[in-house]
Structure formats: structure tokens, C-alpha cells
Design a protein around this ligand. Sequence first.
Ligand code: NAP
Length: 510
Amino acid sequence: MTMLNGDLLIGGQARRGRGGSFYGIEAATGQNLPVEFAGATVDDVKEASALAWKAFETYRETGLEERAHFLERIATEIEAIGDELIERAMAETGLPRGRLEGERGRTAGQLRLFAKEVREGKFQELRFDPANPERKPAPKPDLKLRNLGVGPVVVFGASNFPLAFSVAGGDTASALAAGCPVIVKAHSAHPGTSELVGRAVQKAVAESGLPVGTFAMLFDTGFEVGQALVADPRVQAVGFTGSRRGGLALMKTASERKQPIPVYAEMSSINPVLLFPNALAQRGEAIGKAFAGSLVLGAGQFCTNPGLIIALECSGLESFKSAAVAALKEAPAQTMLTGGIFKAYCSAVQKLESHSAVKQLVRGPDGADFQGAAALFETDAKSFLAHTELQEEVFGAAGLIVRCMSEAELSDVLDHIEGQLTIALHIDEADVPAAKALVPKLELLAGRLLINGFGTGVEVSPAMVHGGPFPATSDGRSTSVGTLAIYRFLRPVCYQDFPEALLPAPFKKA
Ligand code: NAP
């Protein structure tokens, strides 16, 4: 059994916070779970940041093998927690065992993938541009370049991925891989899961002989600690997944610092699915069924949840609709991550139900308290364009179909939607010319375009982009999933005319 004490993890130690206390909540019942947690104070933030800054001195220069081994140790320590981790995460999030076991595998897998990336060392971008003293009219200096970690990174754990995007998730793995110490602001929706994983990371830091400030984890009972972390002058970048409101608030704090810093915030996306007439005519029913399956996955609490269907009016659309309606009518309501998220979902669905320009096609069977029922709505393109509130993300298993009377109308809808994580196209051979005409527009709108599939299920791979223009993320030039994520936390430095004795180690080995 791992220790679960409700402690903060700072400076290689677990200790009681001096802030307010709170409990982990059982998602299915709203009841307190065992262990009282204590929040951090601004003094704890200062201490963790000072230790992280000190650790940065040595951690950023760790050898590639040592750093890779550290990431692998974290993965092993997380796996070693065993079933206690899965059970606590199930209780805190309401997510089922299979999903959480899969997520644990993904978490360990992405740590090991980053270990491989570190060993390969390509992210350092070592460049050697030799001097040319004979060059006219001026001699050319010797230039060398490498990427260096930016400094301590603050990571806000995501509510919807309590393992893969939380304490030791993608943001933490990529920041540590880049050579940056990490301070995690644990998500209040799964504090026990966070402490268990945090202790595993702390153990890996100690076993690897790394400085104690390489990792810290703090709880917060309000927004004070999170805000203070982003404002701390020693913190150099932020990774965040959550609401648009939360992301914007942290971006504001970061931009108002004496030294503004980047906030990589993944916020809001409705992941449009475009249905083309020939695909609908051939397999409207199958697409409708598959769409329903993707919509209800994880109670719809995926950032890549397909919340918006855009389709040309055609007979195949009716088969799509009736298959989706039939599947959603039977889809059991599912426990949502928190009481707050459940309430927000119910209120958003209620707004759609009473919207004058929207028709409800189906609502799944009601469940117990805190269980969200699936819902599907439809509207026409003109109404969708006239009512911008219909573009807002509904976090949960609710979808909206937008019927378009012509290709011009469909194109107009695309011109008015915000930046997205994903856009899916369902096409047949005969739809290729129409789809091809849209691709240049779509690639400006989303981080990932996919054919005949749905965005849920994000492969962790070197070619993955989980990002996109605002408001999908705060910075569409980056990804938070896949090995490319390491570049968010690196900064190029050029060494001009450096003698061998002064050159950093990576240049000497090369
Ligand atoms: P959230 O409310 O934005 O919270 C995310 C994290 O940021 C939490 O740790 C929260 O602290 C902290 N936080 C929020 N506002 C803050 C502020 N003003 N200052 C400092 N810290 C702040 O998001 P959530 O709780 O995960 O989910 C709520 C909504 O987020 C959902 O309904 C959904 O709309 C959206 N969401 C989107 C995605 C996506 O990928 N697109 C994923 C998850 C959630 P506490 O822990 O104290 O609350």
C-alpha cells in the first residue's frame, strides 16, 4: 500500500499543507472519500519555485541516458502502485476500470516514448557552423547552436485524464524530457490519484539521485496557489488543460508578469465532423452508429469529442440520423467527472432544449445523480450562423447537427467556426473532389484532420498533433500529445567563438 496522507510533495518530502483542508469526492455519490487533504500556501509556492530553480542548474545538464532512465523509472514506479491507483481513480472520477487501466498504460507508454526521444537527442538540434577567417569582406565566426530547457514548468493536471494528462501525464513528461523541473498544481477533482502518482515521481527523483527540486506537487483549495505559481518569477512556462475561462485567466496572469511567459493551454474544441453525400448514401447508418459510439465515449468528456456534425442535406443524412438516434436512445447515462461538470452539462443541454432555433432529436435515458444522459440536437446553417452561442463547447455527450442546403452554405459555416483540435471528414471515392476543395480551409482551422474516423482516441506518436488555433489551444504552433510536445519547453542558444573548454557537454560529445 502506498501512503496516501493528503500531503504536499516539496523538496523530496511529503508534508502537511498549511492552507485550507478538503476531501476527494466520490464522483458517483458526491460523498467525501477517506483522507483529508491540505492545500498549499503562497509560501509553499515560493519554496517549491526556489527549489525548482536551483534544480534547473543541474537537471538541465543531465546526460541524455540519465534523463531517459529517470523517465523510465517514473513509468515503472507508477505501474508498481498497482490496483490502489486504479481504484482511487475510479472512485474520484467515475471512469470505469478498463478506461483507467488503458490510461495508465498510455501514461507509462508516453513516459517511455519521451525516454526514447531523449536518448536519440535530436531535440537538442545541435548545429555546427564553422568559422571562416578568410571570408571577405568580414571573417565568419564559429557558431554552435543547441536547444536548452526553458526553466521550471508549472503543470495544471486535467480533470478528464486523471493519469495521462495529470501529475505525470503528457505535459510533465515533455517538460522533464526537455530538462525542465516541474511543479504540478494537482486537479481538485482527483487529489488522491494525484498524490499516489506524485509520490511515484518523487521516488523516481530520489532513486535517480536528481536534485529534490526536480519535481513538486501542490494542492490548492481555491485559485490562489495556481495563480501564484504562474506569477512566480522563477517559473518559465505553463502547461494547462481545462476550461476556456481557466486557460484565459492563467494566460492573463502570465502576460502581466514583469517577464511574460508562455502558457500552453488546451481549452475548448467542438471537433466538427463533415458528412459528404456519397459517403452518407453508401453507409449513412454505419457512420451514424459509429458517431454515437464516439459521442458517448468517457461520458463525452474528451477534448476531441465530436460535438458538431456539419452535413449537406441529402437522403443519406436521414439514415445517419436515425442510426445515431437509435443508438443514443439506448446509451446509458454515465457518471461525470465532478458535480460541477455534471451541473454545467445539464445546464448546457437544457439551454439547447429550450433554444428556439434548435430541435432535440433524442435524449438518452436518465440515470442516477451525477450521471449525464446523451443528447442530440439539430439546426440549420442559417440559425447556426445567427446564434454564435451554438458554437460553444458542451463538455459531455451532446452533439449538434447543422444541416446545410448547399456547398456554399457549408463553406460559410466553416468560415465562421473557431479553431479546433480535430476536424473529421466522412467521404467516399466520389466525394474526393468536394473534400479536396475544402482541405486548404480546414488545415487553417484545426491541428488534426482525419478521414472516415472520429477524433476520440489520440495516438501518442511522433507524428501526432493535439493542438490547434485558438480557442482549441492558446498557441496553435504546438502540440501537447506526441514527441513534438518537447519543443514547447525548449529555447535555442547560440555559442559564438567558444573555446573547447567553455563549450557545454553536448558539443564535446558530438
Ligand atoms: P478548469 O475549471 O479550467 O480547471 C482546470 C485547472 O485549472 C484546475 O486545477 C483549476 O483549479 C485551475 N483553475 C481554473 N481556473 C483558474 C483560475 N482562474 N486561476 C487559477 N487556477 C484555475 O477545468 P476543469 O475543472 O477540468 O473542467 C471544467 C471545464 O473545462 C469543462 O466543463 C470543460 O468545458 C473544460 N474542459 C475542456 C477540456 C479540453 O481538453 N478541451 C478538458 C477538460 C475540461 P481547481 O482544481 O481548484 O478547480
